[in-house]
Design a protein around this ligand. Sequence first.
Ligand code: 7TS
Length: 411
Amino acid sequence: MKTSTRLDIKAIKAEFPILDQEVNGHRLVYLDNAASSQKPRAVVATLERYYERDHANVHRGIHELSTRATQAYEGARARAARYIGAGEPEEVVFVRGTTEGINLVASAWGPENLREGDEILLTVLEHHSNIVPWQLLAQRTGAHLKSVDISDDGRLRLDQFDELLTRRTRLVGVTHVSNALGTINPVEEIVAAAKRVGATVLVDGAQAAPHLPIDVGAVGCDFYAFSGHKMCGPTGIGVLWGRRELLEEMAPYQGGGEMIEIVELERSTYKPAPQKFEAGTPNVADAVGLAAAMDYLEDIGLERIHAHEHDLVAYALERGAEIPGFRDLGPVGDDRAGVLSFELGDIHPHDLAQVLDSRGIAVRAGHHCNQPLMRRLGLGATTRASFYLYNDRDDVDVLCEGLNAAIEFFS
Ligand code: 7TS
């Protein structure tokens, strides 16, 4: 992986046609990457080429296009496995995104492995999609939910894992990187603690896979889920990685074509994983597009992307400190990804986001699908700027000008 040189942001920006436009009379400054990223030409071209030359259904036709589509789809699975350091492509299940990946585990692994009185341990940093599926599972099984708190600096209270992990803990669900605060959690350490009580661990990688090199073997977890659209890939495609043994034991998630071996009217037998979890015609094109996005990101280098985003946040914090009423909510240190959640005096985040939008700046304002965290912080909402590889210090300067303009506007 290339780590030595700085990114050529001008060249990178030029690969993202959508960034080359004016919004409300200003250059678009796109700072809502934690919600969804933009797509480079290479990904769009891959989708176009696939649809114009190779498309057919997969795993069934004995004709040339079906063979090509199948090879492209299975090639994408192998590509995704390499991206996260998975042992084998068969451990990669294509899903719609992180949300579906987590729901798949809660639905297909959960009921067989949880009994009344068992415990599911989450953290207050979780996105709703790593909370609600476990609540549904708890309701079905009689299991209890517990959660680890943060300290006021936005870091998980690691000491609480020792208190809250018990012999009844069956599942630990933890986000690798917080979408609301940018905290990079020490997932290796958390997994090791969970393993001491024999718990299964799902890591939500939605905000990590786009920005950091991922090695699921080093993390040591059992499941790892992420979304293509946040990492320069298409919408509607994501990955659930699971340990081979666990995937083999799990019941199917949905039934239908392609996931079966033999179907009788009363019963069926199923293919091995991952086909067992991919009922129906899969999202072939977007899987192929996701593989192109992974090529694109790895070609630039995830270490460099992370270093660049970390640098942008550090710069934004420096500039923010000069702005009256600016208060950053995330941790300051190496464990910080390119997410900047903040308050600006008593300006409501929605009002602030509107002023920024009028200046061509896209941020997210609200609870960021983290209502328990907002409650913990005593806030209804924050304003969030989230960076990606195509953002630069100029974008941060424009954001800061926008914040100063908002202060003036609301004073
Ligand atoms: N987990 C985390 C940590 C996330 O940030 C998100 C999306 C999801 C799960 C769900 O991903 P999906 O692709 O299945 O929807 N986060 C955000 C966000 O921060 N703003 O909009 C979506």
